[in-house]
Design a protein around this ligand. Structure first.
Ligand SMILES: NC(=O)c1ccc[n+]([C@@H]2O[C@H](COP(=O)([O-])OP(=O)(O)OC[C@H]3O[C@@H](n4cnc5c(N)ncnc54)[C@H](OP(=O)(O)O)[C@@H]3O)[C@@H](O)[C@H]2O)c1
Length: 418
């Protein structure tokens, strides 16, 4: 009898505890969702007016001493950013999946630029976000890196759910997991370049995004997959991860982590829109930013001297949310859900787990330790001639583990893998 009443008591207590425990959020609330769509429509209709105070092209501060990596710089926003940074004197590394296209662009830019100043200082590096970012080797050059611009991204509008070779939902892999991994792996170079920045080209679509850290790939069936769910979720995950990274990087590292939204822009990102929507998209040029306008927010986040101060200030704040720069180059608030600290930490942990990095990767890299992956293949190639920036799948890529690069080898040039 005593046992029975004890069991009953226990059941009651656990039931009341369960009742007290906050319910796990499974989607955005209606109000949040509506607010998100409101922001999107508002941005679309008024971005030109809101940003009318900005010069075009945006004048950049002196950046001759900066080395900037721009991912996905063969088209759209990234292409414009890479060109403008190079024309302003920066050393630009175009991290792209089509190195031939990048070389062609450089040739054209050099031609157009000839006579206006010193030749542009641009080089190309192979980068594929779609290929396995996991368990592949990487390397970093011993030179400092000042700005990493994670721009490469996809929005497969209206398309059915697709998965990368690693088995991850494609938006999540390309827009969040791969840039997150790249940011962590390049921390030693960013420390060498300190004060330095990681700029994540994000999107206002994150306001309608939701991430379930236990279902990052949207496969559990709890939520119906649409491309908006995939894209919005990936962009929100990027902010959440960036917020934790920003908080975990001690001020002494001098690394600022910033997310920004470029505004609504006609680029290849809309290439998958149904034909009738593409026509509509092209009929509203007044609302949509032109090539120079679309790059301003990212260029501002990458070069404005006050950004680091602003990030410092946010770092001292208890609330771990990284800087978020709007399309009109003002610090603004990321979505309400992006302020969900508990989910942000879960997204952080899950992300590191998915990309195969240890949970204390940041701390170990700051201490100058190695984060060697035991499954990493050690190649026989000569490690003295190249840099493998991230996951390359081409057979002529040269892989070697990052401990070699960090401690023993000085790497004079960058890997070309096409
Ligand atoms: N357009 C907009 O209205 C808008 C609004 C908000 C945010 N954004 C964000 O801005 C960023 C740039 O987009 P965009 O509009 O300039 O689009 P875009 O013209 O399609 O450019 C995307 C770039 O990412 C590269 N890329 C795509 N998948 C890749 C992969 N798997 N591995 C490596 N590189 C890959 C592309 O390479 P290829 O040239 O080889 O295809 C391209 O250079 C994205 O992060 C996007 O989410 C865009």
């Amino acid at each position: 009898m005593a046992n029975e009443s004890e069991t009953k008591k226990k059941k009651n207590t656990s039931a009341s505890e369960e009742a007290k425990a906050p319910l796990k959020k499974e989607a955005l609330g209606w109000m949040e969702w509506l607010r998100g769509w409101f922001y999107l429509v508002y941005e679309m209709l008024f971005q030109r007016i809101l940003a009318s105070h900005l010069h075009n092209p945006m004048p950049l501060p002196p950046i001759n001493d900066l080395t900037c990596i721009v991912t996905g710089s063969t088209s759209g926003i990234g292409r414009e950013i890479a060109r403008q940074l190079a024309e302003a004197g920066a050393h630009v590394v175009m991290a792209v999946r089509s190195t031939n296209r990048a070389q062609e662009l450089i040739r054209k830019w050099q031609e157009d630029w000839s006579g206006k100043g010193l030749p542009l200082n641009i080089e190309v590096c192979c980068l594929s976000f779609q290929s396995s970012t996991k368990y592949e080797a990487w390397n970093v050059r011993m030179a400092p890196l000042h700005v990493l611009i994670n721009n490469a991204g996809i929005f497969s509008i209206g398309e059915p759910q697709k998965f990368s070779k690693d088995g991850y939902e494609e938006h999540m892999q390309v827009n969040h997991l791969a840039p997150a991994m790249l940011s962590i792996l390049l921390l030693p170079s960013l420390i060498r370049g300190s004060p330095s920045r990681i700029v994540n080209v994000n999107s206002t679509m994150h306001y309608v995004g939701f991430v379930d850290p236990e279902d990052m790939n949207v496969v559990s069936g709890k939520r119906k997959y649409t491309s908006v769910v995939g894209y919005g979720g990936s962009k929100l995950a990027q902010i959440m991860f960036s917020s934790v990274l920003h908080k975990r990087l001690p001020a002494e590292t001098g690394i600022s982590v910033v997310c920004n939204t470029p505004g609504i822009v006609l680029t290849n990102v809309a290439r998958d829109l149904p034909q009738y929507l593409q026509v509509g998209y092209r009929l509203i040029p007044y609302f949509i930013f032109n090539p120079e306008e679309r790059s301003r927010s990212t260029l501002f986040a990458a070069t404005d001297p006050q950004i680091s101060e602003y990030c410092e200030m946010l770092k001292a704040d208890d609330w771990p949310v990284c800087a978020y720069i709007s399309h009109d180059c003002r610090p603004t608030n990321a979505s309400e859900e992006a302020h969900n600290v508990e989910t942000s930490y879960k997204v952080w942990e899950k992300t590191l787990e998915l990309v195969g990095l240890p949970s204390d990767a940041v701390e170990r890299l700051i201490e100058g330790e190695e984060i060697i992956n035991p499954d990493m293949e050690i190649p026989s190639s000569n490690p003295s001639t190249c840099l493998l920036l991230s996951a390359c799948t081409g057979s002529d890529c040269i892989y070697y583990p990052h401990n070699l690069a960090f401690n023993k080898v000085v790497i004079p040039s960058i890997l070309l893998c096409s």
